[in-house]
Design a protein around this ligand. Structure first.
Ligand SMILES: [Zn+2]
Length: 112
């Protein structure tokens, strides 16, 4: 019975928002966002992705508070919102990140 009351139900999970503090991380980093677009992602569960295409494969879990959001060094050591987390948020349809992608494209266009 111990722990039964704190187990999240499926409905709770659906209401959950990604446990990511953009403000604390200093917002979305443009170069990471750019690199995130080249990753290959496979959705393996609710908010869970396996990414390949970078130097090493990595696992992202956007919602489970008990796990770090990503297992890469960039996130674990620098506390950054890494390219894998950004790639997962894009696949989840996160409006804030999609807005950042739009600004990135606009920036590239005006620089061309
Ligand atoms: Zn990562």
């Amino acid at each position: 019975m111990v722990g039964e009351h704190c187990r999240m139900t499926e409905a709770d999970e659906i209401r959950a928002r990604p446990a990511i503090d953009f403000q604390a991380a200093g917002g979305v980093d443009r170069s990471r966002l750019e690199r995130s677009l080249g990753l290959h992602g496979e959705r393996v569960g609710y908010g869970r992705y396996h990414f390949t295409g970078g130097s090493e494969p990595h696992w992202v879990d956007l919602y489970t508070a008990a796990f770090p959001r990503c297992d890469c060094a960039d996130h674990l050591w620098r506390d950054a919102i890494c390219k894998h987390i950004l790639a997962a948020l894009i696949r989840e349809g996160n409006e804030m990140i999609l807005g950042e992608v739009g600004r990135l494209v606009a920036g590239l266009r005006s620089a061309a």
